[in-house]
Design a protein around this ligand. Structure first.
Ligand code: CAA
Length: 382
């Protein structure tokens, strides 16, 4: 649903200009320094990017799902690490509070998340609990009006930058599955919480992940999201439903960029006396990529519209994430192929994007987890 087409078009135009004029020219610098420059962060805050999905009453833009995915596609025409910096505020690091938080929790955190004054982060994955998220081992033991958290989380996006974490921890210490899990808001400066060094990754330089360690971290009982124990896994899954659809949009934006890079190169590069774009074997790679990008875009928009209409889209979000994450891998591979040797060189945007997009088949649920979710829904619905 687009609420006001005229002002939304203005927003998209502004974002597209920002991507072209301010983000793409800084990509190489971000890769080189592994940091997003301070002036770019300030500009992203100024555009309201940290609060895109946070309700207007808390200072965000309150975008609908359709508006959100369209903005993600636009922003991810530039390196996906720019979106990753604010993506935990608009996605997994705020949505637990938006969807299930108490009025007090919303009032306390959402305005500062929306303004980009603080950074949110989502701490579900652990060294021994990746795809089997329900088996997590971090504990939260009740102690009067407090809980005491112990355990460790792994590969947590924006942990080095984060001011608050949504932490899934086991409050029913006798349980082993998803039922005994609660979600907490834990502030960064709480004694006993430490963040490890940056992980050294295959790609996505400029977007940081790290371990988060909890050693007798004491938090007030009021930090349980929604104020109710045992709901944390469901909160995490609801957050991921929305996040997976958004990652599909991220993949689509990145694929559109890769296709344009390939197209431009094919038009300019001459071999056998003419531009390689005139060879049908190159055209086939371009055409296959376009068809797949269009399919992903259509899936994402259709699922987003269904969500805005109030339909449960758990299965559709997994379909879109599965298809789009695999699709962008194929498009990146063809873009490198069309560039030939130039595509293997670090000076080339497609070399960097090829490594960056590999992550999308892994995080927020691997492709295999999406297959599992889809199959479970198919079998249940039958
Ligand atoms: N919405 C609401 N509730 C949901 C739900 C959803 N989408 N999915 C499951 N639930 C509920 C179920 O109904 C069930 O509730 P009841 O007990 O009341 O019936 C409960 O949650 C447990 O569900 P399951 O029995 O299906 O749980 P499971 O243990 O079999 O796990 C899974 C399901 C789909 C495999 C899940 O563990 C999963 O998604 N795993 C992948 C984890 C993942 O995506 N990790 C990514 C980490 S975040 C990340 O990558 C972010 C980053 O850094 C950028």
């Amino acid at each position: 649903m687009i609420r006001d087409p005229e002002s939304f078009t203005l927003l998209l135009d502004t974002l597209q200009r920002f991507v072209r004029e301010k983000l793409i020219p800084r990509e190489a610098e971000v890769t080189e320094t592994d940091e997003i420059p301070a002036d770019v962060l300030t500009a992203m805050r100024g555009l309201g990017l940290f609060g895109l999905t946070i309700p207007e009453e808390y200072g965000g833009l309150g975008l609908t799902t359709e508006e959100e995915v369209l903005t993600s596609m636009a922003v991810c025409y530039a390196s996906p690490v720019f979106r990753s910096r604010f993506g935990t505020n608009t996605g997994i690091g705020s949505q637990g509070i938006v969807i299930d938080g108490t009025p007090e929790q919303k009032k306390k955190y959402l305005p500062r998340l929306a303004a980009g004054e603080i950074t949110g982060s989502f701490a579900l994955t652990e060294p021994e609990a990746g795809s089997d998220a329900g088996s997590l081992r971090t504990t939260a033991k009740r102690d009067g009006d407090h809980y005491i958290l112990n355990g460790s989380k792994r590969y947590i996006t924006n942990a080095p930058e984060a001011d608050i974490f949504t932490v899934m921890a086991r409050t029913d210490l006798n349980s082993k599955d998803a039922k005994g899990v609660s979600a907490f808001i834990v502030e960064r400066n709480t004694p006993g919480l430490t963040v490890g060094p940056y992980d050294r990754k295959m790609g996505q330089r400029g977007s940081h992940t790290a371990d988060v360690i909890f050693d007798d971290v004491r938090v007030p009982a009021s930090s349980v999201i929604g104020g109710k124990e045992g709901q944390g896994f469901k909160t995490a899954m609801k957050v991921l439903d929305k996040a997976r659809l958004n990652i599909a949009a991220v993949c689509t934006g990145a694929a559109e960029r890769l296709l344009d890079e390939a197209l431009n190169y094919a038009r300019e590069r001459r071999q056998f006396g003419k531009p390689i774009a005139e060879f049908q074997l190159i055209q086939a790679m371009l055409a296959d990529s376009k068809a797949e990008v269009y399919a992903a875009r259509s899936m994402v928009l259709e699922a987003a519209r269904r969500k805005d209409a109030g339909v449960n889209i758990t299965m559709e979000a997994s379909c879109a994430k599965l298809f789009a994450a695999e699709m962008v891998g194929r498009v990146a591979d063809r873009a490198v192929q069309i560039h030939g040797g130039a595509g293997y060189m670090q000076a080339s945007a497609v070399e960097r994007l090829y490594r960056d997009v590999r992550l999308f088949r892994l995080y927020e649920g691997t492709s295999q987890i999406q297959q599992l979710v889809i199959a479970r829904h198919l079998l249940k619905d039958g």
